[in-house]
Design a protein around this ligand. Sequence first.
Ligand SMILES: NC(=O)c1ccc[n+]([C@@H]2O[C@H](COP(=O)([O-])OP(=O)(O)OC[C@H]3O[C@@H](n4cnc5c(N)ncnc54)[C@H](OP(=O)(O)O)[C@@H]3O)[C@@H](O)[C@H]2O)c1
Length: 320
Amino acid sequence: MKGISYSRYGGPEVLAYGDVRDPKVGVDAVLVKVRAAAVNPVDWHAREGHLDRILDPVFPVVPGWDVSGVVVGLGVSVTEFAVGDEVIGYVREDFLSRGTFAEYVAAPVRTLARKPRNLTFEEAAGLPLVGLTAYQVLVKALQVRRGETVLVHAAAGGVGSVAVQLARHLGARVIGTASKGNHDFVRGLGGEPVEYGEGLAERVRGLAPEGVDAAFDTIGGETLAVSANLVAPEGRLVSIADGEVVGYGGRYYWVRPDAEDLRRLSELAEQGVVSVHVSRTFPLEQAAQAQRLSQEGRTRGKIVVTVDWEAEGEGEAQVG
Ligand SMILES: NC(=O)c1ccc[n+]([C@@H]2O[C@H](COP(=O)([O-])OP(=O)(O)OC[C@H]3O[C@@H](n4cnc5c(N)ncnc54)[C@H](OP(=O)(O)O)[C@@H]3O)[C@@H](O)[C@H]2O)c1
């Protein structure tokens, strides 16, 4: 099958489009014919070797952890899905090897849920990683409750844009940081936008003089330090970007594949509670450009790569 792979750590230039190994479908996995795969900052961090301390690479690595597609094969013990089901997945394993930037991916059922029917494959591919992150942080780590005020950083980004919508659904008031050009977008999600950078603390205090009940840091460094100061006594602080959060009495969180959480997110998408904004799509062959753009750190919503099956005459399953 065709896919994107890299055989050493490096910049976007190490990404090559071509033949990659066909996936082996595990006993509790399904074979997914990939329709779309979302780009996440973790993809370029992994490609550059920033995760080498925690994830063993098995080169050549196929990048990508987010997927939407159609089930075309079943592991022998799988009863949860049938051939033809449309699914989404956060297909992360504990090493870097067989990702979603390919025509097919073998996905363990613990990483999958049914695709929300009202979302396109492109939108649906953008939901799993950022949606699970937002859901797990807000519901499990921060335990956001009705009537609380939540500070969400990078509110226009992948994680932030879903976090604003979910926190509103939980009954919270949301203050979201974004550059001026994204303020209407953040308002449209239900958040109260504030500009980040110099003077951030004063701007947030202007909206929440007593401080915020919960802060969701997606940036780290100075943003984390300012956030720690903005959290009211008894408030909670979680970072997904900076382990130093522990020094401020907060918690570091790494998103986990969880089929039940993903099923819930899929439902919330179908109910119209959570939408996914796709700002840009690229054909799979141009994954390097897609990662380059993501690396600029200014994505509104999600960047997605797509597999064009029509161009390949629906390319009848060549694997599985
Ligand atoms: N630990 C985990 O489990 C986990 C999970 C997911 C993501 N992450 C990490 O969390 C971070 C965010 O992920 P993401 O997918 O949401 O990234 P993303 O979609 O690439 O975020 C882009 C957004 O960041 C905003 N931004 C840039 N600098 C900012 C600043 N100083 N303050 C506030 N907003 C700023 C930009 O808004 P403007 O264009 O308006 O500037 C843009 O909308 C990344 O570092 C990612 O690796 C960690």
